[in-house]
Design a protein around this ligand. Sequence first.
Ligand SMILES: [Zn+2]
Ligand SMILES: [Zn+2]
Length: 108
Amino acid sequence: MFCSTCGSLLMPQKTEFGTWNSCPNGHSQPELNQERKILISKNQDRGKHIEVMGGENILAVHDHKCPKCGYDKAELREMSCSYSDEDNTYLMKCGKCGFVEKLEGKTK
Ligand SMILES: [Zn+2]
Ligand SMILES: [Zn+2]
């Protein structure tokens, strides 16, 4: 590979975006550099997508800190007690890890 401007032999150069051949006289090689940047941006988009899809519970809207993982939103669930006269039991289900905690007392 030779410089498209002055014809010098290109040398490998390390940058924050990766390693590619560049001119020792500092001439940029636009075609080479562009190709490398497109590949990097594609990889970054894929990483973001995985993060967004990570087990989010849309019902977890109540402020409740999970004792297991520390997530501060939980889904409120009501369990009716058909076998007694007691009030219904309320459960908080963590929106992240799914840990279920029984609430003490009443939530009314
Ligand atoms: Zn050059
Ligand atoms: Zn949790």
